[in-house]
Structure formats: C-alpha cells, structure tokens
Design a protein around this ligand. Structure first.
Ligand code: SF4
Length: 557
C-alpha cells in the first residue's frame, strides 16, 4: 500500500469539496478557491436541500462527519459514515445519474461508475476516515439518487496516487497567479455555476467563429437597484427587508433577496443595521451627491489579490495600455459616427457632414496613433465634432432653454449639459459596480489618468456606454418633449442642475435603458444593457488572462 505524502503543517488545508471542483475543472477550482468567487445556482441549492433532507432522514447512522488531517493537509465533511463488515466506509450522496460508458460495439450503456470528481471526493473522505479511526478503509461509496444506484470506489494504490497528485496540483494552483484555461469539454460548462463569471462560450466563439455558442451569461440583472432620492429619507431594516421612510408620504418595503444595490442620493440616511444586512446579503451600497456624482461605495469583496496582481502587471505595460486604449477609442468614435449617420439618414445630413468627415479623419489618426497622448488628441477632436453634430439632432420642437452651445461641465452651465452630467454620474456608478463585481481595481486604468475623484478604469469603461446608455436617451427624451425647463431644473447664474423631479425622471429613464435588451453583435445573444456593462468588464479582464480579443468589439448598429 503506498503512503500519502505528509505536508508542511503551516499550509492551509485543502477542502475536499475543492478537490471535487479540481477534478471537474481546474479553472473552477482556481476561481472558487483562489479567487474566492462563489455563485450558488439552482443546482447548488438543490444539492444543499438534498443534504439537509438526508441529515434529517438517516436515523441511527453517523451523518455529516467533520474530518480534518493536518498530516495530509485536508479537511472535509463527509455526508455519511457506515460500518460494513467491520470497516468504516464513507458514503457520498449525489442528486444526478452515475457515469455509464458504453463499451465499444455494445448497444446498451455500461455499468454505473462514479464521475471522476465524485470518485476523488469519496477517496479523500476515505483517507480522512482512515487516519481518524486508525484502521484501513477499503472503499468509499457514492449513491446516485436519480438512478437509485450505489457505486463502489476502491481505496487502493491507484486511488492513493490520484489523491496525492490532486493535492499537489491544488497546492500548486493556490500559489499561482495564472488562471487555468477553459475546459476542453464544453459539456462541463453547461452545468457549471461559475459559467457567468468564466465566460467559456465567449472564448470558444472567438477562437472558432463557426462555433455555435450556448448562452451561459444571464440576460439580465439578478436584482433591482434601489435609488433613494428624496432628501432626508431614511433607510432602515425589518427582518430581511429594507424599509425606506421618506420625510413625507408612505414608507416602502424591499426584500433584500430582490435588491442588488442601494444608491443613496444627496442626504438620504441609512442605518447601521441596514448597512450590516446589506453586507450579509451581498448588496452593495453607494453614496452619490445630489448632482449624481459618486462619492463612496461599500461593496462586499474578497479574494481578489490574484486578479489585481494580474491587472497591475498588465496595466503597467505601455504596449498593453496602448492596445486597449486604441480599441476603446475606436469603439467610442465609431459608435458616435454611426449614431450621427443613422440619426440624419432622412434629414439633416448636410449640417453634420463636415463633422462626420472630421470624425473619420480622427478615426484614421487614432488607428495609427503611436502613443496614448496622440490617441487622446484624436479622441478630443472627434468629441468636439460629435457634440457639434449632436446639436443638429435636437428637433425644432425642443425649446431654446433645452438646447446647448458646447459641451461644458464642472459645473454644467445649461440644462442640456446638466442632463448629460447627471446621467454620466449614474453611469459612473453602474460601471463602478460592474468593475468591482469583476474583481478589478477601479483606480488603475489604461487610458484615463488619475486626475479627479473619479476612478480611471471606470472612466475608461464608461467611454463604451456614454452614447448608448445616455446620449441617445437624452436626445430621444428631449425630442419627445419629456423635459420641463422650469420644473425639472434648478438654475442659478453659476450653474444648472436637476431638481428633485428632474432627478427622479432621469433615474427612471436611465434604469429603463439599463433594462432594455439588445443583441450583442459579436457574441450574437441578447442581454440587457446592465448585463452588457458587466460582460464588458469581464471581457476586459480576459485581455490579460490569456483570452484577448473580445474587449470593445461591439458597435452601435
Ligand atoms: S464554466 Fe467551464 S471552463 Fe469555466 S470553470 Fe466552469 S467548467 Fe471550467
């Protein structure tokens, strides 16, 4: 019998469930154990329910035994331990079917076997039991409930060698900052809870354009965004719900399981208890000024060291920054150019023609720019002409008070610019949420330089979304006469900003736009704009994790 290797006692033990993930897919192990990304999907919840039911049912048997071995560097909780023929055996319960390999030439499935990940898991429990009870454990057993079949897994020399190799690989991966590649077997991904984070189908489609991707990225957000806008409103909690009490009017209740983020505008208050409940439920909290600008965030995060190490490495490399910045500027300016073209298809082309030509020239310059400074120059030129062209898109029905002469900010000097700035503030927070959800460091970007309170990486990503998420919405709502120049704005000689009514209207329009669905022209599936922001943040990270080429590829059609 071969002996399992003893480890350095200072190394943190490997969880048996982590070995299960490792045997399923090394990348899954890395995302869960090293980057600490965990997503509980329907299958995970169903598995938990099965184990809870078993804990209640298994009368007279030893169930759910916690086992730990410092010598092996292994820890785990076995579903059930039974005594058979004088030996203790570990039992694992699984909801699904066992593996059945059809023998060559046979027309019926082969005998049931344990899946490799289940086999490794029960072997690890056998090793832990052997040490705990000080007597040999000849085998482990896996019961597959869907087939009412129990499979025996021998704890022999091969099993010991496989366990030792898996433990060594787990420890090697824990020390690495390199995320393993996506699984070769794409069927694994369809059942993987981390597919929305890992994005394996997007990579396969990029590598093989003929690949017909299975859509694994969710089409919309999991929960709502709770905006608290009324001055002096108070957010408390009652059980697992947030309760919003405005100074006037009725209170409203919002179950936390349906909330993804809380945005406190201006001087709204949030109790410490509510803040704590939010962190327990993974709900992020963001504070904004009355002008819509982000001031602070509380986002429950963990295990992001490796992701940030890779980001620092990539974004301190000038060539990488230039490549990403060029892709970003081309996407932004091409989008603006297409929008002006599309909006003047029937009428008004003459007025925008010189600006379209200048933007084309800027695009050629950006494509050939040798450094980021000259890229910024071409983008700046294009922006001047874009805003010149944008003026022509406002219909004759739009009152003079809502028109603008030039783009101005900090502070905005007219109503149009107040609208733009407020929406960009909301967009900043939406992009910040996506950047943090992807585990990226918002303060380290590749195009914008750290000059203001805004995060450079967030400003970078925002460039992809200013037009589709806000410019289009502002121009459309102005042309539809949705804005009241008096009631929706507060005007002084020094600046113009939105009144409370105007802010509520802008938030309503912005949130509605975030929920709108569109078909991604490269990945060829539909998703909401809110999810598109998160998708783009995750595709950006792929640029420096060995799967480049998908960032900033989408364009307005
Ligand atoms: S989605 Fe696929 S490649 Fe990604 S972790 Fe899961 S199984 Fe592995």
């Amino acid at each position: 019998m071969i002996a399992l290797p003893v480890v350095d006692s200072h190394a943190p033990p490997v969880r048996v469930m982590a070995l299960h993930a490792l045997a399923y897919c090394p990348r899954l192990f890395y995302l869960e154990e090293v980057e600490e990304i965990r997503v509980a999907d329907a299958a995970v919840f169903a598995g938990r329910e099965l184990h809870a039911a078993l804990a209640a049912d298994e009368d007279g048997e030893s169930v759910s035994l916690e086992l730990r071995s410092d010598a092996l560097g292994l820890v785990g909780k076995v579903d059930c331990v039974r005594r058979r023929d004088g030996s203790y055996l570990p039992y694992e319960h699984k909801r699904g079917q066992p593996r059945r390999d059809e023998p060559p030439g046979a027309d019926s499935p082969g005998s049931p076997q344990a899946w490799p990940s289940d086999r490794l898991q029960v072997i690890a429990y056998a090793a832990l039991l052997e040490e705990a009870f000080g007597q040999p454990v000849p085998e482990g057993r896996v019961h597959y409930h869907a087939a009412h079949v129990t499979v025996r897994v021998p704890f022999d020399d091969q099993a010991r060698a496989d366990l030792a190799a898996a433990l060594a690989e787990a420890r090697r991966l824990r020390e690495s900052v390199e995320r393993p590649p996506i699984a070769e077997n794409e069927r694994l991904c369809a059942r993987c809870s981390l597919a929305p984070v890992c994005l394996p189908e997007e990579v396969r489609q990029d590598r093989q354009p003929e690949h017909d991707p299975v859509r694994l990225f969710p089409p919309d957000r999991d929960g709502a965004t709770l905006h608290v806008v009324s001055p002096g409103a108070h957010v408390g909690c009652s059980g697992d719900s947030l309760v919003v009490r405005p100074r006037e009017g009725p209170e409203s209740k919002h179950p936390l399981r349906g909330v993804e983020a809380v945005l406190l505008h201006g001087f709204a208050q949030l109790s410490t208890q509510a803040l704590r409940r939010c962190t327990e439920h993974g709900v992020s909290v963001h504070w904004l000024t009355t002008g819509g600008w982000h001031t602070a965030s509380l986002v429950p995060t963990a295990g992001q060291v490796q992701r940030r190490v890779r980001q620092y490495r990539a974004l301190t490399d000038e060539a990488t920054c230039l490549r990403l910045a060029r892709a970003l500027v081309l996407a932004k300016v091409e989008g603006q150019h297409r929008y002006l073209l599309r909006a003047t298809r029937g009428d008004g082309r003459e007025a925008v023609a010189p600006h379209l030509a200048a933007m084309q020239e800027a695009l050629r310059g950006a494509a050939a720019a040798a450094d980021r400074d000259s890229l910024r120059g071409h983008e700046g030129t294009a922006a001047v002409h874009y805003f010149e062209g944008l003026r022509s898109l406002l219909g004759r029905q739009v009152p003079d008070e809502l028109r603008f002469a030039t783009r101005n900010r900090r502070p905005p000097l007219d109503r149009f610019n107040a609208l733009l700035s407020y929406g960009y503030g909301l967009l900043h927070t939406a992009v910040l949420r996506a950047v943090l959800a992807a585990g990226l460091e918002p303060a380290l970007g590749f195009y914008h330089t750290p000059r203001s309170a805004a995060y450079p990486l967030v400003l970078d990503l925002m460039e992809l979304f200013r037009l589709p998420l806000w410019d289009l919405v502002v121009v459309g709502s102005l042309n539809r006469g949705q804005w009241d120049p008096a009631a929706d704005f507060a005007v002084t000689r020094a600046k113009v900003w939105l009144s409370e009514a105007g802010r509520k209207k802008a938030i309503g329009l912005f949130e509605a736009r975030l929920q709108e669905s569109w078909k991604h022209p490269v990945l060829k599936y539909s998703l909401s704009y809110a999810r598109t922001i998160e998708l783009e943040a995750r595709l950006l990270e792929k640029e420096w994790t060995g799967e480049p080429g998908l960032f900033a590829r989408s364009r307005l059609r």
